[in-house]
Design a protein around this ligand. Structure first.
Ligand SMILES: O=C(O)CCC(=O)C(=O)O
Ligand SMILES: [Fe+2]
Length: 278
């Protein structure tokens, strides 16, 4: 039998269990669903998010503004964890209210995950309380982000010890301290700048030293890294899912704002539900 070489880049348009599993297992590089959110709805939501009074800068990366406190903003601070947990469900519902009873792209995704994954999908519980899901980001033109990866176990480890989040389980890769074998990042693009704003994927894990630096400094200096392996420019309305544990970045935009709806997906193997949080 001849072995099939992995084509590069390996991008699927199928939002199904196989694609999600393969993305977590690094067998494919990207899930790309063109036109996931209708154009008119993207425009309405992008305007509503950008005009929202609660839109504020990320504590960790001030070049970004967001609606809804992401767990990244807890940043090892138990008081911030308390705020995150206290606001989680109200913030999830406040963002939903912007859609004026249309199904938000994040809610739509959550339904699909529950429908396609063998064990369904649910909200991640962080220290015993439901997480916030569905952060909206606005990146102004020229704003630079730092290459980074996203790993819930690293963020939880920055907090003082507490109850374990879930029992470890999962067959594909050794489960980490929160039982996860994979973390995926979801982004749905509601507005894109005229140029730039690409997602840059290095398609490799950070080294242990790089992972520690990301935890401390929120990202790596670009000069220390090789060029990204895959650069992808989404169109308005597209949904992208990539492996969040691998190094990634957003290229600065030119000529306009970049607005996206985002969340993470946690994978603990096919026998356990997927989980979602922001
Ligand atoms: O906005 C994007 O395209 C990706 C942002 C990001 O770093 C993430 O979703 O983890
Ligand atoms: Fe990220």
């Amino acid at each position: 039998m001849t072995s099939m070489a992995k084509t590069f880049p390996a991008i699927t348009q199928d939002l199904d269990a196989r694609g999600l599993y393969d993305l977590a297992a690094q067998k494919i590089d990207l899930i790309h669903v063109p036109g996931f959110c209708p154009q008119d709805f993207c425009a309405d939501l992008a305007d509503a998010v950008a005009a929202h009074q609660a839109l504020e800068a990320y504590r960790t990366q001030s070049a970004l503004k967001r609606l809804g406190m992401g767990f990244v903003d807890v940043d090892g601070d138990p008081q911030a964890l308390g705020r995150y947990q206290a606001q989680a469900l109200a913030a999830t519902r406040a963002v939903r209210a912007l859609a004026q009873s249309r199904l938000t792209p994040i809610d739509h995704l959550r339904l699909i995950l529950d429908e396609v994954w063998p064990a369904g999908a649910m909200i991640e519980r962080i220290r015993g309380a439901p997480a916030f899901v569905g952060a909206y980001r606005v990146i102004e033109p020229g704003a630079a982000m730092l290459p980074h990866n996203d790993r819930l176990a690293r963020m939880l480890a920055a907090l003082p010890a507490g109850a374990p989040d879930v029992a470890p389980e999962g067959p594909e890769t050794p489960p980490d301290s929160c039982g996860m074998t994979g973390q995926l990042a979801v982004n749905i693009y509601l507005d894109m700048p005229e140029q730039g704003g690409e997602i840059e994927l290095w398609l490799r894990h950070p080294t242990p030293e790089e992972d520690a630096r990301i935890g401390a400094d929120d990202g790596l200096s670009r000069e220390t890294l090789e060029p990204p392996k895959l650069v992808f420019r989404p169109a308005i309305g597209d949904l992208l899912i990539f492996n969040a544990r691998l190094i990634h970045n957003v290229a600065p935009g030119v000529g306009g704002r970049r607005v996206s709806a985002s969340c993470f997906i946690g994978c603990r193997g096919t026998a356990r539900p997927l989980t979602v949080w922001s």
